[in-house]
Design a protein around this ligand. Structure first.
Ligand code: GAL
Length: 657
């Protein structure tokens, strides 16, 4: 359980640095991330390097005993570089070009820009790669942020065509698999293929999907090129990238494959995230000062999988931020709670954004551990408290040294391509796959279950309950592994609804899954809010939202619930249940609870806003709710942190004797 901080020495007088470093250590901070936006100071003019200031900053931090994470500066190219190659600016879907003057103003497909990135990274890595205090490198910053991916530039078009040629080999093959006979879209050569923007009506969905696959690969290769340079000069350092919450622009599993990262790190802004994602107004209001209780947990669990067990929070909100429509001050206690929450989910390190609030420029309204006058902020004081508690607790210290969090008993499959396919063809306004996945996730957590979020390609053996909130195209062998599994499965709507080429499977949805679940989807009922098919399951009555399938069942399938117009709502065979609709919260609860009980899992109904998470022998409880509540600890619990009664924003942890 280590703490870190993001620090920008270039933004402060050098006279402050040593004192900053000393105070960081005093606070309990072990790691400091620097330099990720400092290109204009590293290289003020083309080829003119100024490393001495960074040498002194690194030395000052290292002398204080801090471990350093160095960021490559490629998210903020300096103006002289943009002026020398204006084509490096990214192009939006409407054909206009982003301007410089903020950050991320580069086209990820620009080969000249990529060469510039590798040049600065190489020089930087040569200089600091063997520095003993530099323990990790972060590439760029939040790849894909600010909607700069995809870029619709000329470079993107050329590289997309080359990507298609590699994938399809011949243009005839592409024409056949894309179904370009439709609307006379047939191509005579790969270089005739345009980017799928600015079309009068929908572009071909497989064209859009392949463009998203291509862009995902571009993000991955942009990072990978830098990592290859960094590993040459810094073979012992951890390679990182700071991912974002609720972010699906690229396939993070593919990004992290082949040793491209050593630890998955991500940036956690729970209050702002709660404000900007698709939650009900009621939830947004209820959790305005705490963040929704599952918002950070969802990404902790996702990034634990992406990092194959190793994850950090690289940027943790430590007070009000500046980028949501409203940015309330967190309830007192939340900054401390978020640290324990991350650790409970297996984080090795929680690093705060940022050391000190900057009184100038874009983020002057964004808090840090210190106020602009250099006194600890309210959040900074909570971090100090958490650091002291951890240092004093043998149980927490032992937990911190215990390695990655053990496997949970419940797995939830999350698939990036499914997100893209359902975005490309929503078919029902409001159908968002990630939101549905989050609905399933929160329902499981409200029942006090720990969840691993996993890829559809992961080894799922050993889990007791496997939840698939929807999986557009089934990976080869997926149906067989469902059939042979000894777990209970809950499979959501639209699973097996498409082939990998974005077509309806020949045998109709759910495609290959028909060998496990003998039914087929005849028609899809896209539901406007006034259409509310009703069903009752396990004594719970509720409605379908957004989406329902009319399914024709065959022998061997049990119908567990029907809608009021007789269409099956929940069907099952043996250990596999299928939901033919997106249900309301009460029905999702009934569906998942039945499966959890059949899986032999202990289900506890937690009070509103209360969450638990086990790591090793310690169980943590967190109260995001507005009123005091009791942690669901057994009578013989030995509390290693806090106590059974939890006020708002309070946390406790115990070992069962
Ligand atoms: C992140 C970003 C940081 C900072 C922060 C503010 O998205 O990586 O540089 O801008 O947001 O919340």
């Amino acid at each position: 359980m280590q703490l870190g901080v993001c620090y920008y020495p270039e933004q402060w007088p050098e006279t402050l640095w040593a004192d900053d470093a000393r105070r960081m250590v005093e606070l309990g901070i072990t790691h400091v991330r620097i330099a990720e936006f400092a290109w204009s100071r590293m290289e003020p003019r083309a080829g003119v390097y100024e490393w001495t200031w960074l040498d002194r900053a690194v030395a000052t931090l290292a002398d204080a005993g801090l471990k350093i994470v160095l960021g490559t500066p490629t998210a903020s190219p300096p103006k002289w570089l943009v002026d020398s190659m204006p084509d490096m600016l990214p192009v939006r879907a409407d054909g206009t070009t982003w301007n410089s003057g903020s950050r991320r103003h580069y086209d990820i497909c620009s080969e000249p820009y990529r060469r510039e990135c590798l040049r600065i990274v190489d020089v930087m890595a040569q200089r600091y790669g063997s520095h003993p205090a530099v323990v990790a490198w972060q590439t760029d910053n939040e790849l894909g942020c600010h909607e700069t991916v995809p870029s619709y530039s000329k470079a993107a078009r050329a590289r997309f065509q080359a990507w298609l040629a590699r994938r399809y080999k011949t243009v005839d093959n592409l024409n056949q698999r894309w179904g370009t006979v439709f609307w006379s879209m047939e191509y005579a050569s790969f270089d005739a293929i345009e980017l799928p923007n600015l079309t009068p009506t929908d572009a071909n969905p497989i064209h859009l999907l392949d463009f998203r696959r291509f862009m995902s690969d571009e993000v991955t290769s942009f990072h990978r090129e830098q990592v290859d340079v960094l590993r040459r000069h810094a073979p012992n350092a951890d390679m990182l990238h700071n991912f974002m919450g609720f972010f699906t622009t690229f396939d993070h599993y593919r990004f992290a494959a082949n040793n491209s990262i050593d630890v998955a790190t991500w940036d956690s802004y729970p209050i702002a995230r709660t404000e900007v994602i698709a939650l009900s107004e009621e939830d947004k209001a209820r959790y305005a000062r705490t963040g929704h209780p599952d918002v950070s947990a969802f990404d902790h669990d996702r990034y634990r999988a992406i990092g194959q067990g190793r994850f950090w929070v690289m940027e943790q909100e430590a007070g009000p931020v500046n980028w949501a429509p409203w940015n309330p001050v967190p309830a007192p206690g939340m900054v401390r709670l978020w640290a324990y929450e991350a650790f409970a989910h297996g984080a090795e390190l929680v690093s705060y954004f940022r050391w000190r609030q900057a009184p100038f420029a874009q983020e002057q309204m964004h808090s840090g551990l210190n106020l602009p006058d250099n006194t600890l902020s309210p959040g900074g004081r909570e971090v100090a408290r958490a650091a002291q508690e951890i240092a004093k607790s043998d149980a927490l210290t032992k937990l911190a040294q215990s390695g990655p969090a053990p496997r949970a008993e419940v797995a939830l499959v999350f698939d990036y391509e499914t997100q893209w396919m359902f975005e490309i063809q929503r078919h029902a306004k409001g159908f968002d796959y990630q939101t549905l996945a989050f609905e399933y996730y929160r329902t499981l957590r409200e029942m006090a279950l720990d969840v691993d979020i996993v890829s559809a390609h992961a080894d799922l053996s050993g889990y007791k309950l496997i939840v698939v909130p929807g999986l557009a195209a089934l990976p080869a062998g997926f149906a067989k592994s469902v059939e042979q599994s000894s777990a209970q499965w809950v499979i959501g709507p639209r699973t097996g609804s498409k082939t990998a080429d974005f077509a309806i499977p020949a045998q109709l949805p759910p495609g290959a899954l028909q060998t496990v679940l003998p039914f087929k989807v005849l028609e899809v009922d896209s539901l406007r809010p006034t259409l509310q098919p009703t069903t009752t399951f396990d004594g719970v009555t509720g409605i379908a939202l957004h989406w329902r399938e009319h399914i024709e069942t065959r022998d061997g399938l049990d119908v567990l619930a029907r809608f009021d117009d007789n269409w099956p709502a929940i069907v099952a065979r043996g250990h596999v249940r299928y939901a033919s609709a997106w249900f309301d919260a009460a029905l999702h609860r009934a569906l998942l609870e039945g499966a959890a009980r059949d899986a032999g899992l202990a289900v506890t109904h937690l009070a509103q806003g209360l969450r638990v998470r086990r790591r090793g022998e310690i169980t943590f409880a967190f109260n995001f709710g507005a009123t005091a509540t009791e942690a669901p600890a057994p009578d013989n619990a030995h509390f290693v942190l806090g106590q059974r009664t939890l006020g708002t924003a309070d946390v406790c942890a115990w070992i069962s004797a």
